[in-house]
Structure formats: C-alpha cells, structure tokens
Design a protein. Sequence first.
Length: 304
Amino acid sequence: MKKFLLLIILISLFCFFKENVANGTQIFATPNATTETPQEETIKSLQKKIDDVIPQINLSARSEQTKTAQIYGITLEELQIKTNKLRDLQITYQQHKTALEKNKTLLLEIQKMKEKKIDDPSLEISQKPPFNLSIYDQYLDQINDIQQQIESVNFLKHIASSNLIQAKSRLEESQKVIRNLRDSAQASGATSITPQPNLNWSLEIALINEQLSQANYNYQKAQLNNIELELELTQLKKASIESIITWIKSDLQFDQSDLDRHIEDLENHSLTVQEKNKKSEGVRNSSDTTSVILSGAFPREDLI
C-alpha cells in the first residue's frame, strides 16, 4: 500500500514539472535583477536633459557678440534672450526633477499610512483610560489644525490647476508659432534663393520656447499631482486622529480640575468679548462725535 501511494506521488510530481516546463514556468526561480520604476527613469532622463542643456548655455553665452548678432540680423540683447531662455529651461528641468523626487516620498508616506491601520487606538495614546478632557481637547485641536491644512491644500490645488491650464495654453501657442514660422520659411524658400537669417533665428528661438513651454507643462502636472497626494495624505491623517478621538470619547470622564479649567476659559473668553465690545463702542462714539462736529461746521442747505 505504501509503495502504491509513493508511486502516485512520484507520477503527480512528474506531471507537475512537465506541465510547468512546457509552459515556460520556472519552478525554482532565480531572484530578478533590480529594475527601475518608470518614475526613476523619468528622473534620470531629466538629469540627462539638465546635463545636455548646460553646454548649450555656455555656447550661447560665448556667442553673445556683435558679429554673431549681425549674421542673424538681430541685436545683441536678442542673443542674450536666447541664453536666458536656456537657463530658464535648465531651472524648469531641475524643478520638475525635484517634484518627482517629492512624489516618491509622498507615495511612500501614503503607503505607510494605509498600512498603519489603527485597529487598537489605545496603542497610539500613552495615557491609560479613563481619559480626561485635556487629552480630548488636544486631539480636537489636532483635528482643527489638519482641517485648516486640508483647506490650504485645496486652495493650492485650485491654483495648481489654473497654472496647468495656462501652461497648456502657452504650449499650444508656442507650437502654433513654430508651424507659422515653418510655413513662412517654406514659402520664402520657394520664392527666394537668398538665405533668411532673421527667419532662421526666429525659428530657433521658437523651438526653445516650445521646449520651455513643454518643460513647464510637465512640471505643472507634477506639481498638481503632488498637491493631490498631499491632500490624500492629510485626509488619511485626519481619519487616523478621528478614530483616536472616537476611542477617547468611549471612556471619557470629567474631573473637577477639568471643569475649573473650562470655566476659567469661558470667563477669559467673556472678558475678551467685553473688551472688544468696549473698543467697538468707543470707535462708534468717536464716529458719532465727529459727525456732530462736521454737521455743525457745515450748515444744512435748507437753513441757508
């Protein structure tokens, strides 16, 4: 009987190995080589663009001479504009690269927050139950702070969305300028055999403008994405604190020191309100006195 069972097991293993080998499946897989994520490749490609644009900046700066300007039929200031645009391009690439690096950090933080499910909120609180009002107020203050952060991030998101729309519009406009210049170059080439250096210069600047517009558009997209991730992270933090507050409320007690403190806070708030009312009343009385003086200084028309 044991031999029969052993035979069945051997036959099953043989069939298993045969089927997986036929399908190209590795039974004992070797560890895969470390692969880079598309985002890391984008960071690397941006670094390459940064490295590539530096020689262009240096070459453009060296060509800022009157002779070069005469060749193109432009001014020396226009040559400097090209150098400045290339520097702006380098800065925008760097900003985009920094935004993508921040994106990686935000994604990791969000992943940690999602994995950190507070099944037992008591582990997040050093104080043991029952809880007093002081610790309850502390977490309520944290919720208020986080809510203000959410409102601020939403405001930034609105601005970033607007910036992205504007960046897209500028990109489309720069592409339109290139098409028009190429049409003009083609038309002038068909009717004239004389080189058009000024037109070539305009096209060169237009191409740089398109590069800059594209880089800025990509950067604005990354910025908006980061803000959306920040919003998600802040909302996760708020949900975490809310679960702790719910736990505290389930075992909350009032002691005399808490009640005395709250009474004192109410009294201080009342005094503050009274002081503000007095100041408002003083300003109002001063305004009324001024009105009386002015009305006496300028006689009414019906009494003249």
